[in-house]
Every structure is written in structure tokens, then in C-alpha cells.
Design a protein around this ligand. Structure first.
Ligand SMILES: CC(C)(COP(=O)(O)OP(=O)(O)OC[C@H]1O[C@@H](n2cnc3c(N)ncnc32)[C@H](O)[C@@H]1OP(=O)(O)O)[C@@H](O)C(=O)NCCC(=O)NCCSC(=O)C[C@@H](O)CCCCCCCCCCCCC(=O)O
Length: 741
């Protein structure tokens, strides 16, 4: 699907038509090949302009095709024939030119973008590399260091930055198509002037039909971009990507391909690009990352058990919001709201807290504005001690201390001042949303909005619907989260919702392994080698060990009857590990106190160091309880952590707390640092093989019968019994499971 038109007498305008992003599907590629051939044959046509329908140039190759058998004209020769075409080719970039879309533009002789356009080669985020010449043409255009940075990060650049880098020749204020046609006319216009005659005279190696030499514009004809420091630059990039995305193959392959552009002639570089792509394309990592791409988008298509969903429920417009509590969470939430253009009334309980909250929020907004070269939208903020200032807000997000009674008090106070139709949202990380809603006069208008710390940075938002939350309230919270640039997932109400409910079991396994013989360093190393940016014990130190301690106290797991010298390892009918409590009793709360599972130079410092005291403490502990330590392998660490997570994920699906395995994976990818090249815990379970996961869980449950959460879930057993269908089909099996209950 590409539309061909002749405009302004001598220009062929080829429009890619495959909404919403004009991805280069087989039909689009076919359309382009036919249109280019037609333009080259048509003697009236002197130049060609490429553009995309609906002011979007092109979002790249059609990712959906990657999972099937690829047919239609391949991209590489298609782009080559454009570049080799003997008429000037101009790309008119509006909206996006990403991946194969930018590669198509790089095959053109000229590129014009409008001010709003974004360009990039994001293949690395799909576990791939730009394999339609991107790794060879871009370095020849902008040099090795800049190309390495763009290709290994997949970052999108603005039109202005693209101009500075030399990716585009011109930035148009208005229509890029119009500007591209003018550029094309000026290029071919040279043929009728004196200068052209001169150009034709001197150009003996290649002339376009009108006389303007095109060879200098053909990037593939440029020599390799070798420079004395190239090896050093590539080595540094390699070290950086290995550190940044542990275990991910694509960034490493991207560096290797760009290095080839420095060393080899174009044709050999293209061979290298192709070899590297062949390996990536077939890899489980690419499948995982492409799954993650679609899972993220599908999470926005939420549905509730009652049939309400994203496309049949209207969200309310939110212009003005209240934030109650300016602790770490409230501050981040206020910043995100203001950045989304929403007026915020921020409330604290006492003047000192209010002042320090105000300072922090203002500073965060100022820093952000400075980075973006704009002025901070401080006029959108009101700081106050008075609930009455909330009388005209559309919605309130409560972010006070995680204490049910305190939250209930706040909720009932809110009802006294808010408009009758204002929504009340709670930023609880796991308390019962129904119980909170029950103290209000508006249960349908109460939902959870569970942000992750720091809330102005972390992408994930769990939108928690209670049993009486209205679809409109859910739609409003989801739309608001999207405006705040969050990845929103709608989840049901249960202790810990999805993310923290699963996290508990993952934490349990980690501390059990310490009891059995592992060290925090061993467990963390195994998890980091698996791809997590940080191991679980480093994360616990960062979040603060006291947080979980308080939750365990509130839930009755820690009480006055617990022996302080030899606390019980059996509580509420199951295995319990008192190690985290014992650390807290010693004042080891993590980074904030300079000591936790690791040692830090000073309170608040970030570099975790092994602490010999912890080793001794663990040895004493095992002796006290008569535990004979054993060697725990990295494989065991990964299996026990990852399969415990997935097993609880299956239970969450059975309980319909999450609508799909994709939603669970999105939560783990965006909120808990699960490595993207592993897809998510549910995808990972499918990739390892459900029968393997079942077998392993059965084994670990046999060895640890006092850990009921290791018992394989019914859904997992059912899926294995039904032949381990692919993850996309699990949803229908959940329905079957429920109908048999
Ligand atoms: C473009 C965006 C920035 C738009 O964002 P926005 O927020 O506006 O919208 P959404 O993200 O919600 O998207 C809307 C809608 O569109 C779908 N979509 C988006 N992009 C694509 C796409 N590229 N393909 C298909 N579908 C797409 C999206 O899913 C939404 O659909 P829905 O149903 O939910 O409405 C944003 O969308 C974005 O960032 N998109 C991705 C951009 C990207 O990553 N592009 C790169 C693609 S990969 C690529 O281009 C590869 C090329 O370099 C080269 C390919 C060469 C191939 C050669 C193959 C050789 C293999 C050899 C192996 C041999 C193996 C063997 O022999 O076995």
C-alpha cells in the first residue's frame, strides 16, 4: 500500500499508506517497489518525494510480520534501488521516521523533517539491529560515536537534533511534504540554469537525469568511516552496553555492526549486518522484546470482569487534582501531574512538612524544566494546609503514610469538602481498596492508583479497581496515568495487588536461600547475571528494610509472643524467615542507615559493599537453628525466584486479579526491573517450558513442603495438561478453568 501521484508536473509523490504508523508491511514494500519503478520510467518525473499518510512518515518494519513467515519484497534491495535511482529522491519526514522508516529515508538522497518529527533506530529495544542498512549508512552520515549512541540506545531524536547531527538536511516549520517538494524542485531546477550546465560538464561519474550529481548523496558509496580512535570508541561503547543491559545480545551486536562500518567497505559491512541480524532475529531475546512491545500496548486496552473496557467507557476530563501528603510518593505524584499540565493542590498536615514538600517539588520541577530548556510550570501548584482548598478539584490522590486507619480518616475528611462527583484515589501499595472506599460516601468513585517510587521517574502505575469502583472511575484513572506518561495496568483488589503480591514470594525465596547457605552477594549476582539491573537484596536496601518490617508487624506476623532470642521460623502455619526482622532490630534499614544486607560508606550512600558482619551473622543464625549450609547454584536462585513469581502469577490469573499474563509481565517490566530481553515472568515461564516449570515447582515443593506457595497452581497444571499452549492462548484456558470450578 503506497499511493502514487504526480504533482507539480515533475514530482512523483509516493505516500506510504498503512495506518496507524505506516509500518513497512509486505504490501507497503510492494507498493513502494512498484511506485519507484513507475517514477523512474516516467519521463515527466524528474524527482521523487516519499511521505506517509496522516502526517506520519513511517514507524519502521511491520513488527507483526516478524513472528510469521516473511514474504514480499525485502527491505534491503528495495532501499538500495531507491538510493541507486537516477532521479533525486527526497524523504518528507513528519511524525516519526523510526527503524526501517529512517533506513528508507537514509536511502533517499535528501531528507526534510518538520519541527514535530521524531527520528530514531529503536530496533535494539526489539532485540534486533537496524538491518536495512542503518548500521552502515548512519555512521557514514553522522560518524561513529553519534551513530553508536543512537543505535545502541534506540533513542528518538527531535527534528532539531537530527539537523544538528546531520541526519536531515532541512527542518520545515510547516508541512515537510511541501518543503520536500520545494527542495526537490530546487534540485532539479538546477538543470535549467547556467550552473547546471557547468555541473553536468564536470560530473563524469554519475549524473541524475537533470544533471545534479547524486553520487555524493549516496551514503553507501562513502568510504568506511575509520579514524585512529575508532577501536577505542567501539570498545568503550561495548563495555557500556554490557554494563547497561546485562546479558542482552542486541546492543552488543549493534556495536559490532557499527564497528564494521568503520573497517569495511559498504558491501562487506552489509554482509556483517545481515549475519548479526540473522542470529538476533531467531533469538528468544528478540521474541521476548517484541512480545513486551505488544504487551505494553495491550495493557492500555483494559477490561473489567463485568465487561466494561477501554473502548466502551468514557474517561472524565481532569483539570485540577489534589495530592494529600508530600512524602516521597506525594512529591513525585505532584511533579508528574504538573508536568502533565494539571493544576495541583498539594496538602500536608503541618507547616514544616508542607514547606519541605514545597521546596522539594519546586526543585524537581525546576531541574526538569532546566533540562528541557523551558520554564517550570510552577503557576499550576498550590501548597496548603487546608482541606477546603480541595473543594473544586476533579480528583484527589491520597499519598499519606501506609496505615489503614490514617487513610480511612483522610478519606472520610475528604468527603466533607470534595464535590459530590470528585474521584478519590489512593496510592496504597497493597491495602484493601474496598475497605477504604467503604468509609466514603462515593464507593463507585474510589480507585487505587499505585505509583512506584520515585513516582516522577518510574513508569508503572497499577490502577486498582475495587468491587464497587465504576468503570468511569477506572477509565479516568487510566487516562490520567497515560497523560502522566505512565504505563498503566488495571488490576483487581487483593493484598499487594499484582506486583507486591508476587514480590512477597520472590523475597521469601531469597531469604530462605540465605538460611540454607547462600549469601546476599551470591543471590544478587545470579539475579544480575540473569539481567536484573539490581539484585533483590540491593533493591531491599534501597527501598528500606523497615517498610516490610512495618507491614509484617501490621499483619500480625511479628508480635509480643515472638521469642526475641530465637524467633520462630514457623508462623501462621507456614515457613517464616526472621532474618529481615533481625536486621531491622539491629537498626540495619538499608542505604538510609548505611547498613542493611550490605555495608555503605555512610547513611544515604549508594555503593553496596560486602559486609563481613553479615556473613558472621548468617553463620551464627544457621548454627543456632541447626541448619547445615549447602551450596546454592545460580540456577537454583533463578528457578526458585522466577518460578515462584510465575506460579503466583498463575494464581493471580485464576483469581482474575490480572486480566492477562501480558498485564503481569508489563507490571514486572516497568515496576520491578525484570529484564526486558526475558519478556516478563509469565513469558519466561512459557519460554522455559510450562512442563519444566511445573516439574521444578513440584521438586522444590517436595523439598520445602512448609512453603505452600511453591505448590504448583491449578492453572499451571491445567495448561501443561492441555499441551502447554502459547501465552496468547492462556486467557481462554483461564475461562475454561473457571467454568469447571
Ligand atoms: C511509532 C510509535 C512511536 C507510535 O507511538 P504511539 O504512542 O502514537 O502509538 P502506539 O505505540 O500505541 O502504536 C499504535 C499502533 O501501531 C502499532 N505499531 C507501532 N509501530 C509498529 C510497527 N513498527 N509494526 C507494527 N505495528 C506497529 C502498535 O502496536 C499499535 O497497535 P494497536 O493495535 O495497539 O493500536 C510507536 O508505536 C513505536 O515506537 N513503534 C515501534 C517503532 C519501532 O520500533 N520501529 C522499528 C521496527 S523494526 C525495524 O524497522 C527493522 C528494520 O531495521 C530492518 C528490518 C529488516 C528485516 C530483515 C529481516 C531479515 C531477517 C533475517 C532472518 C532470517 C531468519 C531465518 O532465516 O530464519
Amino acid at each position: 500500500m503506497a499511493r502514487y501521484a504526480r504533482v507539480k508536473g515533475s514530482i512523483a509523490l509516493i505516500t506510504l499508506t498503512n495506518p496507524p504508523v505506516n509500518a513497512l508491511s509486505a504490501a507497503v514494500r510492494r507498493g513502494i517497489v512498484e511506485s519507484v519503478s513507475r517514477a523512474l520510467k516516467d519521463e515527466q518525473v524528474k524527482a521523487v518525494v516519499f511521505c506517509g499518510e496522516n502526517e506520519k512518515f513511517c514507524g519502521g518494519a511491520d513488527i507483526k510480520e516478524f513472528s510469521g513467515s516473511m514474504s514480499g519484497p525485502p527491505l534491503v534491495p528495495m532501499i538500495h534501488s531507491i538510493e541507486a535511482g537516477e532521479k533525486p529522491m527526497v524523504a518528507a519526514i513528519e511524525g516519526v521516521a523510526l527503524g526501517g522508516g529512517l533506513e528508507l529515508a537514509l536511502g533517499c538522497h535528501y531528507r526534510v523533517a518538520n519541527t514535530k518529527a521524531r527520528l530514531g533506530l529503536p530496533e535494539v529495544t526489539l532485540g534486533l539491529l537496524p538491518a536495512a542498512g542503518g548500521t552502515q549508512r548512519l555512521p557514514r552520515l553522522i560518524g561513529i560515536p553519534a551513530a553508536l549512541e543512537l543505535i545502541t540506545t534506540g533513542r528518538h531524536v527531535s527534528a532539531q537534533e537530527a539537523l544538528q547531527l546531520g541526519i536531515v538536511d532541512q527542518v520545515a516549520q510547516g508541512s515537510a511534504v511541501q518543503a520536500a517538494m520545494e527542495l526537490a524542485l530546487s534540485v532539479i531546477g538546477v538543470c535549467v540554469c547556467m550552473l547546471c550546465v557547468y555541473v553536468v560538464c564536470v560530473c563524469i561519474y554519475c549524473v541524475c537525469v537533470t544533471g545534479q550529481p547524486l553520487n555524493p548523496r549516496r551514503l553507501s558509496l562513502r568510504a568506511p568511516v575509520w579514524a585512529p580512535d575508532v577501536d577505542g570508541v567501539c570498545d568503550a561503547a561495548l563495555a557500556q552496553v554490557k554494563q547497561r543491559s546485562r546479558g542482552a545480545m542486541a546492543p552488543v551486536a549493534c556495536v559490532q555492526a557499527v564497528r564494521a562500518a568503520a573497517m569495511l567497505p559498504y558491501s562487506k559491512g552489509m554482509e556483517r549486518e545481515r549475519q548479526l541480524m540473522d542470529t538476533l532475529f531467531r533469538s528468544g531475546q528478540a521474541r521476548a522484546m517484541q512480545y513486551a512491545f505488544f504487551a505494553q500496548r495491550n495493557a492500555g486496552k483494559w477490561s473489567l470482569p463485568n465487561g466494561s473496557q477501554w473502548n466502551n467507557t468514557r474517561a472524565r476530563d481532569v483539570q485540577r487534582a489534589g495530592v494529600i501528603g508530600l512524602g516521597t510518593m506525594g512529591r513525585g505524584i505532584a511533579v508528574s501531574l504538573v508536568k502533565a499540565g494539571i493544576s495541583v493542590v498539594a496538602i500536608e498536615m503541618d507547616a514544616k512538612q508542607l514547606e519541605s514538600g514545597k521546596k522539594a517539588v519546586t526543585a524537581m520541577l525546576q531541574r526538569d524544566a532546566q533540562r528541557r530548556g523551558v520554564s517550570p510550570p510552577l503557576h499550576l501548584l498550590t501548597f496548603t494546609l487546608s482541606f477546603h482548598q480541595l473543594r473544586d478539584v476533579d480528583l484527589v490522590i491520597e499519598a499519606v503514610f501506609e496505615d489503614m486507619n490514617l487513610k480511612k480518616r483522610v478519606f472520610s475528611d475528604l468527603c466533607k469538602v470534595l464535590r459530590a462527583n470528585a474521584l478519590i484515589c489512593t496510592n496504597t501499595s497493597g491495602l484493601n481498596v474496598d475497605e477504604l472506599a467503604a468509609v466514603t460516601d462515593r464507593q463507585p468513585l474510589v480507585v487505587g492508583m499505585h505509583f512506584f517510587a520515585p513516582a516522577h521517574v518510574m513508569k508503572l502505575l497499577e490502577v486498582v479497581y475495587g468491587s464497587r469502583s465504576s468503570p468511569e472511575a477506572v477509565a479516568t484513572a487510566m487516562a490520567l496515568g497515560k497523560r502522566m506518561e505512565k504505563v498503566c495496568v488495571a488490576v483487581g483488589n487483593c493484598s499487594g495487588f499484582v506486583g507486591n503480591r508476587m514480590l512477597k514470594l520472590y523475597l521469601d525465596q531469597s531469604v530462605y536461600m540465605l538460611e540454607e547457605g547462600a549469601t546476599p552477594e551470591q543471590v544478587d549476582q545470579a539475579l544480575e547475571e540473569f539481567g536484573f539491573a539490581m539484585g533483590i537484596f540491593k533493591v531491599s536496601d534501597l527501598s528500606g528494610l523497615d517498610v516490610g518490617w512495618r507491614v509484617r508487624k501490621a499483619s500480625g506476623l511479628i508480635g509480643p509472643d515472638v521469642d526475641p532470642v530465637k524467633p520462630s521460623r514457623w508462623r501462621l502455619g507456614r515457613r517464616y524467615c526472621p532474618l529481615p526482622d533481625m536486621l531491622c532490630q539491629q537498626g540495619r534499614f538499608g542505604q538510609k542507615t548505611g547498613r542493611g544486607w550490605y555495608l555503605y560508606d555512610s547513611p544515604g550512600s549508594k555503593e553496596a559493599k560486602s559486609d563481613p558482619e553479615i556473613q558472621t551473622f548468617l553463620e551464627d543464625y544457621r548454627r543456632k537453628y541447626g541448619i547445615i549450609p549447602r551450596r546454592i547454584t545460580s540456577q537454583e536462585v533463578i528457578e526458585r525466584c522466577a518460578f515462584a513469581l510465575a506460579n503466583e502469577g498463575f494464581r493471580i490469573l485464576e483469581d482474575r486479579i490480572a486480566a492477562s499474563p501480558e498485564d503481569i509481565d508489563v507490571i514486572y517490566l516497568f515496576g520491578y526491573g525484570w529484564p526486558r530481553h526475558r519478556g516478563g515472568p509469565m513469558f519466561y515461564a512459557g519460554q522455559v517450558g510450562l512442563s519444566v516449570v511445573l516439574e521444578k515447582l513440584e521438586h522444590y515443593h517436595r523439598v520445602h513442603p512448609d512453603v505452600p506457595s511453591l505448590e504448583p497452581s491449578r492453572l499451571l497444571r491445567r495448561l501443561v495438561a492441555e499441551g502447554s499452549p502459547p501465552i496468547q492462548q492462556w486467557k481462554s484456558h483461564i475461562k475454561n478453568l473457571r467454568s469447571h470450578l
